[in-house]
Write a protein that binds this ligand. Structure first.
Ligand SMILES: Nc1ncnc2c1ncn2[C@@H]1O[C@H](COP(=O)(O)OP(=O)(O)OP(=O)(O)O)[C@@H](O)[C@H]1O
Ligand SMILES: [Mg+2]
Length: 407
């Protein structure tokens, strides 16, 4: 499909999309929107940064614009507060005469969230915990719900939201449309979607088991005590927005503190920060008040910040799939990016294992001279290290499934 004008949506929405400078639907949008408008249930997997949010929001908006009814018609469940805010913002940017989405997330005062529901929001974007609480207290009613969207559904299960999701879905009408977006449709996810969807159309675009091909992957071997020097070196060598991932919250604090001490202004986002601190950090990063954000995997899923040019894995991710999502914060919407991974000598096997699991190869780089050298010696520049043997590519079961689905 060449243009949004070829989609079966109202001319009003086409104009809104055009004025927001969206001209060509991405493959997942071109496939999902017509099916969703026909009322089909969807099970969709697509690579990071390929426009899944609009793939479900456009049908939601189109359907609501064509109705004159009242009550909550669509519920979007997502794993994190930040992602909920971004989805609500995207809806609000295109909503036209529809009421703003009600945001239902923890960590923020309830008052505003409740008043937007009472004021007639037709779309609720929520994290499962706070929504379950609202349901228990009968603050929200889903009698007129038509569409349920689960975004980053596998992540919600990983975070232990399954019981909350079960209770929330039990409160929804059985007669509804369900759209599920997930990096995997296997295991617990498979059972969940089997219970919640009927004759679903399966859409799969690109492998969600591999990082986007738009991202150049590189790995730097550094001595444990020179990681911070390596980081400073990478950051001073080039400009642009950079997102740094730490495995732990304390680690994120320490990294940012050291960067700030070195005169590199870095914001911090992790689960132990207050919600207002989290919002302020993301905003400072988005608006360019600081070009570096240090985060835990809290920020690895779904979050979109325009023009992140560099993702740095200060620590190796705990699970291989987080690598894909971390790296997916750059190289989005057809853009290009770089992802650098720092590892210590005794993590060579872990790095190799990560590559083997994902069937990828990171370019071995070094920060000038011996990787164990620090500080000034590193400023000598970045060189390529001699490459180690090619890892055996493994085909993961999900990929086979996707290939079958696509054919
Ligand atoms: N048709 C389009 N043309 C150009 N840009 C688009 C289009 N659709 C979406 N985008 C932009 O692409 C970026 C990524 O979109 P989005 O966050 O929806 O991706 P995603 O597939 O949900 O990624 P993730 O897997 O990380 O959640 C956003 O900036 C969005 O505005
Ligand atoms: Mg997304």
């Amino acid at each position: 499909m060449q243009n949004f004008s070829e989609l079966p949506i109202s001319s009003w929405l086409k104009e809104r999309l055009a004025s927001a400078r969206f001209s060509t639907p991405t493959p997942i949008q071109a496939a999902a929107i017509p099916q969703a408008l026909e009322g089909k249930d969807l099970l969709a997997t697509a690579q990071t940064g390929t426009g899944k949010t609009l793939a479900f929001l456009i049908p939601v908006i189109e359907k609501l614009l064509c109705q004159d009814s009242k009550g909550i018609a669509a519920l979007v469940l997502v794993p994190t507060r930040e992602l909920a805010m971004q989805v609500a913002d995207q809806f609000n940017a295109l909503r036209g005469r529809l009421s703003p989405a009600a945001l239902v997330v923890g960590g923020l005062p309830e008052r505003h969230q409740l008043s937007s529901i009472r004021n007639g929001a037709r779309v609720v974007v929520a994290t499962p915990g706070r929504l379950e609480d609202f349901l228990d207290r009968k603050h929200v009613h889903f009698g007129s719900l038509q569409i349920l969207v689960l975004d980053e559904a596998d992540r919600m299960l990983d975070m232990g939201f399954l019981p909350a999701i079960r209770r929330i879905v039990a409160a929804l009408p059985q007669e509804r449309q369900t759209m599920c977006f997930s990096a995997t449709m296997e295991g617990a996810m498979g059972r969940l979607v089997k219970d919640y969807t009927r004759d679903a159309v399966r859409l799969a675009f690109g492998s969600t088991l591999k990082p986007s091909a738009n991202v150049r992957l590189q790995a730097f071997e550094v001595a444990v005590d020179s990681k911070q020097d390596a980081l400073r070196h990478l950051l001073t060598k080039e400009g642009g927005r950079c997102l740094i991932f730490s495995r732990t919250k304390r680690g994120a604090e320490r990294i940012a503190k050291n960067l700030n001490r070195d005169g590199i202004h870095a914001a911090i986002i992790h689960g132990d920060r207050s919600q207002s601190q989290r919002i302020a950090a993301l905003e400072a990063f988005q608006r360019g008040r600081c070009r570096v954000l240090v985060a835990t995997d809290l920020a690895s899923r779904g979050i979109h910040v325009q023009d992140i040019v560099h993702v740095i894995n200060y620590d190796l991710p705990e699970v291989a799939e987080n690598f894909i999502h971390r790296v997916g914060r750059t190289g989005r919407a057809g853009g290009r990016g770089v992802a650098s991974t720092l590892f210590a000598k005794d993590q060579r096997t872990d790095l190799f294992e990560l590559e083997r699991t994902l069937g990828i190869r990171m370019e071995r780089m070094r920060l000038g001279g011996d990787p164990h050298e620090t500080g000034d010696q590193m400023r000598a520049g970045v060189d390529r290290m001699p490459s180690s043997p090619k890892p055996r590519l493994v085909r993961l079961p999900g990929e086979v499934l996707q290939a079958q689905m696509e054919s």
